[in-house]
Design a protein around this ligand. Structure first.
Ligand code: GLA
Length: 332
């Protein structure tokens, strides 16, 4: 028997809390009103998908092998999801995206969640996020954290999500109506697999092997880390966790000036202590911060290129994607 399905999953933008997820820390992303739709018929023993954005069909058997070698490259994400969801029926259909692909708005997490639902995955959103995180890791061989998939799975309209990545507890935080969230691309293309993402994660693990879980460490503890680079990576994680809490508090009391200042501090820490900014991102963020009506901006996502997020008063920025906090992935 064949069954028609249609699912939608949003992309995400992270407001603050970068490179904290894989350190059991805090992050505050929001799902956005751009995303990926998967539509098709569940039948047969293959997943065969056409994309409206990317050339080449993804054709994947139900027991995919050598996933990181598949062509076209987007078939690797499809295969990662098929391997992680392990459906008993295939899917013939189409993928459409209103998200720009590969700029840092988690088009891959949106594809993973939408496809997982279309393949019949029926689990609570935390579990769906974990399954899709595994799919992403399998597809690209990058030890990514859970933030992108969890934001896409658990989005709440009008709210950002304060996520405790140690427990996966989520507290939705209402964003003021008059606050605009604008994403601007740096024009620098990035692929996590070719970036120092894995190296940063290893540096954080090196720090944790000296001081214990970074979530519980204090700035004073970091003095016992001999390697200066490792110490500064850990310092970013500790100060960023504190900034996430301060940011959530500032947003709750409507103090947007303070929220913006925390974004700028986060950016400086990502540049100076975590070393994931680039000349293009520096120029972009400096330009955004100088525009009247911009409370603050910073690089968002992993860095190494990608995009910046700015919090602004209405209409302050002409360029970029003005995104709204939106609901999470669902069958439609
Ligand atoms: C990428 C990863 C996330 C997270 C961010 C940095 O988006 O997929 O898990 O680690 O980088 O905050």
């Amino acid at each position: 028997m064949s069954q028609r399905v249609r699912s939608f999953a949003p992309g995400r933008v992270n407001l603050i809390g970068e490179h904290t997820d894989y350190n059991g820390g805090l992050a505050m992303p929001m799902a956005i009103d751009l995303g990926v739709t998967v539509e098709g018929v569940r039948r047969g023993d293959l997943v065969r998908l056409r994309s409206s954005e990317v050339p080449g069909d993804a054709v994947v058997p139900l027991r995919p092998a050598e996933i990181t070698e598949l062509e076209p490259p987007w078939a690797r994400y499809v295969a990662g999801v098929v391997a992680a969801v392990d459906p008993d029926v295939g899917l013939i259909g189409e993928v459409r995206s209103s998200l720009p692909i590969g700029v840092g708005l988690s088009s891959s997490a949106a594809l993973e969640l939408a496809l997982a639902l279309a393949l019949g995955l029926e689990v609570p959103c935390r579990e769906a996020a974990r399954i899709c995180q595994r799919a992403e890791q399998t597809a690209v061989g990058v030890p990514c954290g859970i933030m992108d998939q969890l934001a896409s799975a658990a989005g709440v309209e009008g709210h950002a999500l304060l996520i405790d990545c140690a427990t996966l507890e989520i507290e939705p935080v209402l964003l003021p109506e008059e606050l605009e969230v604008v994403v601007v691309a740096s024009g620098e293309y990035r692929r996590l697999a070719e970036s120092a993402y894995g190296q940063r994660r290893a540096e954080c693990e090196a720090a944790a092997s000296v001081v214990g879980p970074l979530r519980d460490a204090t700035l004073a503890d970091l003095a016992s880390i001999e390697d200066e680079v490792v110490r500064s990576r850990a310092r970013h994680v500790l100060t960023e966790n504190a900034r996430v809490l301060a940011f959530a508090a500032a947003v709750r009391r409507g103090d947007l000036e303070e929220a913006g200042a925390l974004l700028r501090e986060s950016h400086a820490s990502l540049r100076d202590d975590f070393a994931v900014s680039t000349p293009g991102l520096e120029a972009l963020v400096a330009g955004l911060d100088s525009v009247p009506g911009v409370y603050g901006s910073r690089l968002t996502g992993a860095g190494f290129g990608g995009c910046a997020v700015a919090l602004t008063s209405p209409g302050a920025l002409g360029d970029g994607w003005r995104v709204r906090p939106s609901a999470g992935a669902a069958l439609i």
